[in-house]
Design a protein around this ligand. Sequence first.
Ligand SMILES: NC(=O)c1ccc[n+]([C@@H]2O[C@H](COP(=O)([O-])OP(=O)(O)OC[C@H]3O[C@@H](n4cnc5c(N)ncnc54)[C@H](OP(=O)(O)O)[C@@H]3O)[C@@H](O)[C@H]2O)c1
Length: 217
Amino acid sequence: MGARRTEKMEEVKTAIEKDGGQAVHRKTDVTVREEVIDLVKFAETTFGPVDIFVHNVGVFYYSLMKNLHLDEWDKLVDVNCKGFLNGIAAILDSMVKRKRGHILIISSDSGKKSDPGCSVYTGSKFFVEGVVRGLRREVSTHNVRVTSIQPGEVDTEIFTYSKTDPEAEELYGSFPPNFKILEPIDVAKAVVYAVSQPDHVAVNELLIQPKDAPIIY
Ligand SMILES: NC(=O)c1ccc[n+]([C@@H]2O[C@H](COP(=O)([O-])OP(=O)(O)OC[C@H]3O[C@@H](n4cnc5c(N)ncnc54)[C@H](OP(=O)(O)O)[C@@H]3O)[C@@H](O)[C@H]2O)c1
């Protein structure tokens, strides 16, 4: 695991070990390319070559473009676009050379549709989806699979900081919505499904939304 808060990763490690698994973590900021490369090296020296790489990190802000929350735009590009590329840069060479690997990106249903108040976030996820489509075609011949998982709203910490513009909420409603949204385990199960398929199967995309969310393209 890599993230910035060591204490949170320690909690996850403890839970995994309680279930009989093994886990290690390293403080990593995805916007710093060297730190992502170090994370992969650390995993390799601890457990051996990395066969499954899940790129989960992403930030979200709910604000109107006309209100010019420029620092949020920067973060969305730095973390969701450049951070994602840093992950690919850290893992791809080893997988291609070994002709073995599976990259999973936690993208979003915002990579398929656009909602007001989420425009720059949507742009960052369209970026991810665009890169993934080309990447998948390039590396499938090297026996590397690329899965994009596209959740709708999930009940996570993302909503503790993302509502930065009351005008967006007034105009377009609250985020998260009032109906029952996904739990993190629903997304985790999708990862397990994608990585547990036989060799001839590629789960390329998985769109998972709350049942009561309208599917709008
Ligand atoms: N929640 C939703 O409704 C929803 C819907 C669709 C898609 N998604 C996507 O799901 C993914 C996960 O989102 P989430 O809802 O779980 O968000 P979250 O609760 O805010 O968690 C984000 C995770 O990323 C880590 N992180 C944030 N910035 C980082 C950085 N610069 N470097 C390294 N790690 C960083 C955080 O740990 P630290 O803070 O310790 O670094 C945390 O573990 C994102 O790609 C998001 O776009 C979420």
